[in-house]
Design a protein around this ligand. Structure first.
Ligand code: B12
Length: 508
């Protein structure tokens, strides 16, 4: 009898930042411990797309490997090798890229015949940068910049045919018709854990109509391509039926840009009993979309304000109608099922210490004060801002963290970072926070000046360093610092004075 043809073995691997078996202390402000699937959505979609191709399905076997930052490298390596892959494919984000490359190098050393492929937002899309990326990492055989579905399926087809040129640099061409990508949750491309704390990413569209310089959403694709909504509905139904109790994170960039579509999505979400996170534009809300969200059981909205300073936002190519944002956030705040979480970026060119204080005053004036997230500006490899470094006199450390620019000096950024840390510290302590809110409401001083005083006190007492405090946005994997007994965990990691911010670990 003739032996069946040998199948090509592919192992998809992902190194996650946080995942706590105990769940409690490691949860982040999203109430998530990150992923409850064994691949991130991007890699999962790549796998689902390849599996949907009958030719590839019969020629390739696929396995997933998911590791956290608690998995020792040796163990990760052993688990990948146990799959006996001929091709190992990794997904690279700013939070795992360094560790991933290190693992790739070890894998190549341990089994030189394994072909290593990387993709994800950390892989450059510019052809010259992509070539350099590969030249600097000889242990990587192929790198895919941009969307991976078509590029990786072509690579697999070529590899299955034994073609020598299957590997090397590739730039992913975005699929025009994304409905051809099966849902990885429905196709079985990923396994899902049912836990209550954690999340799954789902998408109803790809692309972002805006083009803000600091961002790299959907590999810089601006044309919005939509999935049929039956796919989304079926995903939610299947998750509910499976007993999944975690959150979903809708990865769409600006879902509320198109009102009729947003209304349909929100209508589907009315039957979703768990938490749903979304990134929505505060100024694009209409009364109809706000009302529809009011009927969704448990909504968390990250509103990417970034700054309230029009000059900084203009530099970034981002529109701002502050009055409309204020009005819409107030309206959303009236619904008990909706939690609005404004997000800002510290270090934008055009901003400075004074304007950052204005931004804080604006957001602290909401009643109740929403949960605020302040990301440190990072130059992402594929974001337009990376090519505007000279124009804005941006200084970065070797990991892309912005340390200063033409308007925001390093010294001012350091001072501003103390305000962020003071806020985070206050917010984490119920009685301290209530007292702070009372003082704010007394109205004698600007909220940001009260924060300044709090920061000064903390520095004096040795509870805050004088150096820059890096909060969210860094590349290092998280080192979770448990709060002292009786105090909650800090979500801004404090850098001891004698350590250089550029070389220390940060919490995302
Ligand atoms: C969900 C999400 C998160 C989640 C975690 C995600 C997770 N673990 O899966 C949370 C909320 C925790 C998070 C946090 C942050 N995030 Co985030 N996040 C996203 C978001 C919205 C969706 C990711 C996603 O699932 N996309 C959908 C899939 C289909 O796209 P994809 O992942 O890019 O995958 C495609 C390609 O990249 C490629 N591909 C990916 N992997 C591979 C592998 C191979 C082998 C191949 C061939 C191809 C390939 O093919 C895929 C399909 O086409 C993206 C923005 C976006 N819409 O993409 C930002 C994004 C990934 N985040 C980003 C950033 C910067 C952050 C933060 C620093 C702050 C912020 N919001 O800006 C923090 C830092 C986190 C940390 N240090 O730990 C950047 C990352 C840039 C980078 N170079 O890594 C993005 C791109 C947004 C942006 N601002 O530009 N994030």
């Amino acid at each position: 009898m003739k032996a069946p043809p040998k199948k090509l073995r592919v192992c998809f691997a992902y190194l996650e930042t946080l995942l706590s078996p105990g769940l409690g202390p490691a949860s982040d402000k999203y109430d998530c411990i990150r992923l409850l699937s064994d691949l991130p959505l991007g890699l999962a979609s790549v796998r689902a797309y390849c599996e949907a191709d009958p030719g590839l399905r019969s020629a390739v076997t696929m396995t997933n490997r998911f590791f956290t930052d608690r998995t020792p490298e040796k163990e990760a390596l052993a688990r990948i090798l146990a799959a006996e892959p001929e091709i190992a494919a990794f997904s690279c984000f700013l939070w795992n890229a360094r560790r991933t490359y290190r693992l790739c190098e070890r894998l190549k050393k341990a089994r030189p015949s394994v072909r290593i492929v990387v993709g994800g937002p950390e892989v450059p899309r510019d052809p010259a940068a992509l070539a350099l990326f590969l030249a600097e990492r000889p242990f990587i055989d192929a790198a895919v910049g941009g969307e991976g579905e078509t590029a990786f399926s072509e690579l697999l087809r070529a590899a299955a045919r034994g073609k020598k040129d299957a590997f090397g640099p590739r730039t992913g061409v975005p699929l025009k018709d994304i409905s051809r990508i099966p849902s990885p949750y429905l196709s079985g491309a990923v396994a899902v854990r049912p836990e209550q704390v954690g999340m799954l990413c789902v998408e109803t569209s790809r692309g972002c109509p805006w083009s803000c310089a600091f961002c790299d959403y959907y590999a810089g694709a601006h044309k919005v391509r939509e999935y049929p909504l039956e796919r989304f509905r079926a995903e939610l139904d299947a998750l509910k039926e499976s007993g999944y109790r975690g959150a979903i994170y809708i990865t769409d960039a600006t879902l509320n840009a198109k009102v009729p579509r947003a209304l349909e999505v929100f209508r589907i979400l009315q039957d979703w009993p768990n938490v749903v996170h979304m990134e929505l534009s505060p100024e694009l809300f209409k009364d109809s979309t706000i009302e529809a969200l009011g009927k969704v059981p448990c909504v968390r909205i990250a509103v990417g304000m970034q700054s309230t300073n029009a000059a900084a936002l203009k530099n970034m190519g981002r529109p701002l109608n502050l009055a409309r944002c204020t009005e819409n956030i107030r309206k959303l705040n009236r619904f008990p099922n909706i939690r609005v979480e404004p997000e800002f970026i510290l270090g934008l060119p055009g901003d400075d210490y004074a304007s950052f204080k204005n931004t804080l005053d604006w957001v602290l004036a909401f009643d109740p004060v929403p949960n605020i997230t302040i990301f440190d500006l990072v130059l992402l490899p594929n974001a337009p801002l990376a090519s505007m470094k000279d124009r804005f006199e941006i200084e970065v450390d070797d990991e892309g963290l912005v340390r200063g620019n033409l308007s925001f000096s390093e010294e001012e950024l350091t001072r501003a970072s103390r305000l962020v840390a003071a806020y985070a510290r206050l917010r984490g302590r119920r009685s301290g926070w209530e007292d702070f809110v009372r003082r704010m409401r007394a109205g004698k001083e600007r909220p940001s000046s009260l924060l300044e005083k709090e920061a000064a006190r903390l520095v004096e007492e040795g509870l805050l360093p004088k150096t820059r405090i890096v909060g969210q946005g860094g590349r290092h994997p998280a080192v979770w610092k448990k709060g002292r007994k009786g105090t909650p965990d800090r979500w801004v990691e404090l850098i001891p004075e004698d350590q250089d911010v550029g070389s220390d670990t940060r919490w995302w």
